[in-house]
Write a protein that binds this ligand. Structure first.
Ligand SMILES: Nc1ncnc2c1ncn2[C@@H]1O[C@H](COP(=O)(O)OP(=O)(O)OP(=O)(O)O)[C@@H](O)[C@H]1O
Ligand SMILES: [Mg+2]
Length: 245
């Protein structure tokens, strides 16, 4: 359903993505791991064109786009079918929890307020936040903020959900409640891409693991291939350093 082909991207004189290829099937749960600064976030952002590659192609179902001749309608169509969950939650501070979830439904999808409220309540129930629906972000824990972010992403019923280190800015005691929600989401069959440093979690939920290093996909395979029998020396070294943290 999603193919990235030879994606290249530079910031100034530094080449960040050096020809990334990635293929994702419907229903896949693909975790992207790799050292800091290797381009994982940038790669996710290329999918919805928040980051702008200098070359390469993306295919999203029937939508095909060459990054050298970007077509606004294609970008819009891809954005409508993806949703992203950010490390820093990205909830609006001046809106309540339920307003945050209703917002993209009304603004982007042009749903009525009643319909948006109905969907938002379903998604808040799914992430265990119904009781907090009228709270403002300042009244929530980090885990609750991130669950709001996840409900907001799910509410638009995306074809693909993109998680960028969704637990890495949480206090350790709040990580579990968010991972539990992500596990529910990924096991519901929605196609998911997850950038994470939670290796045990990636191993348990993923259908495939992609190891990025120096702006390319350096290794990929099943969780067992990657974690139990890593053939790439840089991958083995990376896994050792993560385990020793
Ligand atoms: N908007 C930007 N302008 C300039 N450089 C950027 C920008 N965004 C990212 N970079 C640089 O691109 C490189 C890759 O960044 P990216 O955030 O994709 O890495 P990452 O793999 O997600 O790292 P981490 O695991 O720390 O989140 C880094 O060197 C970063 O400093
Ligand atoms: Mg990142």
């Amino acid at each position: 359903m999603l193919e990235l082909d030879n994606i290249k991207l530079s910031y100034g004189s530094s080449q960040i993505l050096n020809g990334v290829n990635l293929s994702v099937k419907r229903g896949d749960v693909v975790s992207i791991i790799g050292p800091s600064g290797t381009g994982k976030t940038t790669l996710l952002r290329c999918i919805n064109y928040l980051a702008k590659p200098s070359s390469g192609n993306i295919t999203f179902d029937q939508i095909r786009m060459d990054y050298q001749s970007v077509n606004k309608a294609a970008v819009q169509a891809i954005r409508l079918r993806t949703a992203m969950v950010f490390q820093q939650f990205n909830v609006f501070k001046n809106m309540t929890v339920i307003q945050n979830v209703m917002d993209p439904l009304m603004v982007v999808q042009r749903k009525s307020e009643d319909e948006a409220r109905k969907i938002a309540l379903e998604e808040l129930d799914r992430v265990g936040l119904s009781a907090k629906r009228d709270h403002y972000p300042s009244q929530l824990s980090g885990g609750q903020l991130q669950r709001t972010g996840i409900a907001r992403a799910l509410a638009v019923r995306p074809d693909v959900i993109l998680f960028d280190e969704p637990t890495s800015s949480l206090d350790p005691e709040l990580v579990g409640e968010v991972l539990k929600v992500i596990k529910d989401v990924t096991s519901s069959g929605i196609t998911s891409l997850l950038v994470t440093h939670e290796m045990q979690f990636a191993k348990s939920v993923s259908s495939r693991i992609v190891f990025m290093d120096k702006g390319v996909v350096a290794s990929e395979g099943s969780p067992a291939d990657i974690f139990d029998t890593p053939s790439n020396p840089r991958l083995a070294q990376f896994l050792n350093s993560e385990h020793s943290l």
